[in-house]
Design a protein around this ligand. Structure first.
Ligand SMILES: *Cc1c(COP(=O)(O)O)cnc(C)c1O
Length: 231
């Protein structure tokens, strides 16, 4: 089902306004937070309508569904982010068709993405997915494993390790949500001090983007607040 386009425009503007308020409340700049529109389950027509409002970056979590939309929307030159679980048999298509993969949680997957990235394309941007306690998804590495994985992934020529990603379990209030995001920010700061030029914290969804931005998120992944409820 294609959703009502005027509603989509209104919802996108409301999300942009939430991001603007959140950066102002945290003394951050608007340009420090990228909005990734999570278009999984929604039709290509909705993505086209969203792109017509100036939105460039879209996130998908099912490979087959994503590939169909990427092909249908090739004329728009959008930026595609893979945000779902990555099994070995998906790495080649991801390396060929996406600009980002947020959900990398094994060295083997990073190695495959690196070696399968076509020579003519810039390195694939990668986030290492972290499983902080109470994680809603079961994917992700524990925080203690991060330094050694970052050291190894940072060597791979076909990928560019950009930062960390997480999907915490829903928090009951702002304070609890911020507490879930904080270890990611602290880990990124540690990695920066250790000399790794990572610049991305992929955290915050429709229900907790304010807390994520307060804790330093540089990319919020927003689905239902833009496109409407998923079935
Ligand atoms: C679905 C999804 C989102 C968006 O969730 P909403 O609650 O609809 O904003 C963000 N990140 C990941 C990894 C997702 O799978």
């Amino acid at each position: 089902m294609t959703h009502n386009i005027p509603d989509l425009k209104t919802r996108l503007q409301a999300v942009q306004q939430r991001i603007t308020s959140a950066v102002e409340n945290s003394d951050r700049t608007l340009s420090s937070v990228i909005l990734l529109a999570v278009s999984k389950t929604y039709p290509a027509a909705d993505i086209r309508a969203c792109a017509a409002q100036g939105q460039r970056s879209f996130g998908e979590n099912q490979l087959q569904e994503a590939l169909e939309k990427i092909e249908a929307l090739a004329d728009l030159e959008l930026e595609w982010h893979f945000i779902g679980p990555i099994q070995s048999n998906k790495t080649r298509a991801i390396a060929n068709h996406f600009q980002w993969a947020h959900s990398v949680d094994r060295l083997k997957i990073a190695q495959r993405l690196s070696s399968q990235r076509p020579a003519g394309m810039p390195p694939l941007n990668i986030c290492l997915q972290i499983n902080i306690s109470g994680e809603a998804s079961k994917s992700g590495v524990s925080i203690d494993e991060v330094p050694s994985l970052v050291a190894a992934m940072n060597q791979l020529p076909g990928i560019r390790l950009r930062g960390l990603m997480a999907i915490p379990a829903p928090g009951k209030d702002m304070a609890q949500q911020r507490q879930s995001f904080r270890p990611l920010r602290e880990m990124l700061e540690n990695l920066n001090r250790a000399g790794y030029p990572l610049d991305t914290l992929s955290m915050g969804m429709s229900n907790d983007l304010e807390a994520a931005i307060a804790e330093g998120s540089t990319m919020v992944r927003i689905g239902s607040a833009i496109f409407g409820p998923r079935n």
